[in-house]
Every structure is written in C-alpha cells, then in structure tokens.
Design a protein around this ligand. Structure first.
Ligand code: PLP
Length: 486
C-alpha cells in the first residue's frame, strides 16, 4: 500500500509556511547570517535521538533553528561570489521534482522527465546560440559541467590519437596538452585533475583577465614544434609514441569572476582550430550574455567551440543546484559518460538516456526547474533578466566610482565589479564593515595583486533601490573607516 498524501500533509504545510516567511523576510532582513556553524551545531548534533519526531515538528524545528545561520542569498542586496536567486516558477517546479521523486537516469523509466529535460536542452541551445546537434546534460554546477565537457574532450582527443581509453586507461596514453588563460576559474584545473590530465599550460591574459589570442597561438605553435621533434626522434629510435598531430585542449572563459571579461572567442578559437584543438568554454555565468542582443557581441564566435559549461543556478536563477554541459560531439560525450549495464534496458527511440550525458546514473530531475524558468520567462524574459543584471552592475560601477576613496578596478561591461578602497588594509576594513553592517553582502578577493571587494549582480530581484542601498552602504563603510571607526 502506498502512503497517499496524508502522512505528508502537515509537513508540507509547515514547509510552505516557513518558506513563505523566509521569502517575506528577504526585503528587510540582514543579509549575512547571525550565527556561525560552531554556534549552531548544538541544535542539530548530539546523540542520535532514540525515538523520532513527527514530520511537521521536524520541519518546524529545522526551520526555526537553521534561520539564524542562513545567508539571505535570495535577497536583491546579496552580491557575493556569483550566486543567483530563484525564480518563482523554478522554485515551485523544484518542489514538484521532490514530490515526483523520479530517478531520472533512464528515458523509458521516467519519460516525462526525459521529455522536459530534452525540451529545456533544446531551448538552451536556441537561447545561447549553440549548435543544435549538441547533447545537453544537467549536472550539479559548472564544476561538474567542466568535468563532463573535458571528459568528452579527453575521449575524442585520445581516440583521434589512436588510443582506446576505455580499454587501456590513461597510463601510457599520449599526452593531451591543455592550455588555459591565466585567469581561468580554478574549477577548470580541478576538472583536469579529476581527469588525470595534470596541470595546464598557462597563457597570459590582458588587464581584464581575457586570454591573449596571439600568445595562445604562440603556445600552440610551440607545442606543435615540440611534438613534431618528439615524433621524429621517436621514429628514429623505433618508438611509436607521438605520431600524428599533438592532442590539444584549449579552455576559454566567458565571464571572468573579477572583471566579467570575455575571452576573444573568434580569434582564440580560430588559432585553436588551426592546431586541431578541442575548445572548451567555461561560461558559468557569462554564456547568458548570448541571450541579450546588445550583449551578444561579448560571446561572438563562442558557438565554434566544441563544449561549453554553464550554470542555471547563477544568471538564470533556478534553485541550487543546476549546471549545464553542452557537447557538440554527442558520441564523445556518451562514450565518456555512458554505461551499459545489462539490467539497465536502453530506450530504443534514439535520443539516448539522460545518464549517458552526465557522470551520475541516479539523478535528481535538475532540468525541470530550468524548463520552468525558461517557460515562465520566455526568450524576451531571459534577455530582460540578464540585461537588468548588467544594467544594475553598470549603474553600481558608475555610482561607486563617484565616491571619494573608491576605485573600480575593472571595465564594467557585464555583471561583475571589483572595487578597492586604497591600500589592502583599508580595503579589508571596508569589507569587514560592510559585512558587519548587514545591508548588503559583497565578498572579498585578491585580483592583480590587490585586495578587492567583488560585487556580482546575479539576482533577478536586484532593483534600483537595492543599487542605491548598496552605494550608500559602501559610502557609509568608507567614511566610517576613514574616520577611524572599525
Ligand atoms: C567562471 C566560473 N567557472 C566555474 C565556477 C564554478 O561553478 P559551480 O560553483 O557552479 O560549480 C564558477 C563559480 O562561480 C565561475 O564563476
């Protein structure tokens, strides 16, 4: 006998009540948490209770004890890291995903999820101007989207070099030369590490952190020359390694964390392709610029890459977690990720199982909130949302520049701003003061050898009032630090 709705009713009602209260508090609450994890742990830890608690009471307990330790990430005044809020349709769809409880790995087992995620994938390809033949997978975030795209790259590059990765593994395989821009996100290195590809060759970047395409070209030339030299010395000594062109992987970036800068895709992809490289693009938040006609110049040429990673939990504003991997070469992706266990009957309709496009077999239906977000916004709504993020960032940048003692260090052309307040010690004091004040949240970082406060406008609710609040909060913090306050 299945449980029916009754055992769930009170707990779900409690969850709706707490969620509504939490959302109602966002316009006015302090952004930062009031308590640290070490202060909160006593409420949740201790000996595992011998007997249980009614589900609704568990929800009440959880919500009331967690509340002081929650960051108001859904607030329009939250500008930390690169973190989006949640659109109403996406949040509600996410709740449905939990109640449907579909293990979404297999098309024939959960056809509704497969159909919805296929549709979300097609819409994303259209919206972001990606090749329509590409495969799309829904993963936890851009870290895993980078991993998945690079796993497909590894499979294809080794296959083309005559190496059977499935059978022979990585030991003794031809070396894949990986090149990255100086200011790529660390998760690219992490993905390369997961994949056993070692540390990449780093190519210099310009003042906005954009890879230098001419330097990339030189680095690619050097690799080709070294490979050819190894090839001929290998042939002379009777070895077989190194024959054919060098397997090369180039990782580009759409959206630099500090500047919002975009790599010059047309030039960088042209030189990479001239060397036969696979090009992967980390576009965690930047790929979304392609959805806005006035911003699309930032991503011009990006569609010529081979794989792309982005987040739906950033600029699109679906709830955590949801990243998206797009790979043009479906065979490479499915070979790298697919599994063929005999108990998992494959669907025969040709579209492939969702599990063939992502690392996991069992998986939450992450694509459903993406579909709901896109359905609720439409093409114009997505463009409007991304445009508003960039416009708010531009306004913030301008207003902050006008404050005495504030230096905006980057060209604000997208959603990111890096600000310094004089020397490092002063910048750190202003940052601490801002956090203590609680009206906004901005996160500290280091960029180009200086301490900075990083502002990311990523929340769909950030409006002109929030921009004004942020500017006033910075002004107050700077004045307080200058007048000797802490
Ligand atoms: C450019 C870039 N790449 C990758 C990531 C990692 O994304 P996630 O935290 O979703 O795994 C981020 C996160 O901010 C990012 O900005």
């Amino acid at each position: 006998m299945s449980a029916g709705a009754e055992p769930y009713r009170d707990a779900l009602a409690a969850a709706v009540r707490h969620a509504t209260r939490w959302l109602e508090s966002q316009p006015s609450r302090r952004v930062g948490p009031q308590q640290a994890a070490r202060e909160l742990v006593a409420a949740f830890d201790g000996a595992l209770p011998q007997s249980g608690m009614a589900p609704a009471d568990v929800v009440d307990y959880l919500a009331s004890h967690a509340e002081p330790g929650l960051m108001a990430m859904p607030s329009g005044r939250f500008f930390g890291w690169v973190i989006g809020g949640t659109l109403p349709a996406a949040m509600a769809a996410d709740w449905l995903v939990s109640s449907w409880d579909q293990n979404s790995g297999l098309r024939y087992a959960t056809p509704a999820i497969a159909a919805i995620e296929d549709a979300a994938g097609h819409w994303l390809l259209q919206l972001l101007g990606m090749p329509e033949e590409s495969d799309v997978g829904f993963v936890t975030g851009t870290t895993m989207a980078n991993f998945t795209g690079l796993a497909a790259a590894r499979w294809r590059l080794l296959k083309d070099a005559g190496w059977d990765l499935e059978r022979d593994g990585l030991f003794g395989a031809p070396r894949i030369h990986c090149l990255v821009g100086e200011e790529r996100h660390e998760t690219v290195d992490l993905a390369l590490r997961y994949l056993g590809m070692g540390s990449p060759t780093v190519v210099p970047a310009d003042s906005q952190g954009r890879i230098d395409a001419a330097e990339l070209d030189c680095a690619l030339d050097r690799i080709a020359l070294e490979h050819a030299a190894a090839d001929s010395s290998g042939a002379q000594s009777g070895g077989s390694q190194g024959s054919g062109p060098a397997p090369v992987l180039v990782c580009l970036q759409a959206g630099n964390l500090h500047s919002g800068g975009f790599d010059p895709f047309t030039a960088a992809i042209a030189v990479s392709k001239a060397h036969g490289a696979w090009v992967h693009v980390d576009g965690a938040f930047g790929l979304w610029a392609a959805a806005v006609p006035e911003l699309a110049g930032l991503t011009a040429g990006v569609e010529r890459a081979d794989s792309w990673a982005t987040d739906a939990h950033k600029s699109l504003n679906v709830p955590y977690d949801c990243g998206v991997v797009v790979v043009r070469d479906a065979q490479a992706l499915r070979s790298a990720m697919g599994l063929h266990a005999s108990y998992l009957l494959q669907d025969a309709d040709g579209s492939g199982d969702p599990s063939q496009r992502v690392p996991e077999l069992s998986r939450r239906a992450r694509g459903v909130p993406v579909w709901a977000a896109l359905k609720s916004l439409g093409r114009d709504g997505v463009a409007g949302q991304i445009r508003r993020l960039a416009t708010s960032a531009a306004q913030l940048g301008e207003l902050l520049t006008a404050i005495d003692g504030v230096e905006v260090l980057n060209d604000v052309g997208y959603t990111q701003i890096s600000v310094a307040f004089g020397d490092d010690a002063t910048t750190r004091r202003v940052a601490e003061r801002l956090i203590a004040d609680g009206k906004v949240w901005m996160s500290g970082s280091r960029w180009h050898g200086r301490d900075v406060v990083r502002i990311s406008v990523s929340n769909w609710t950030t409006d002109a009032d929030d921009v004004t609040t942020a500017v006033e909060a910075v002004r107050t913090a700077v004045e307080a630090v200058r007048s000797g306050g802490t």
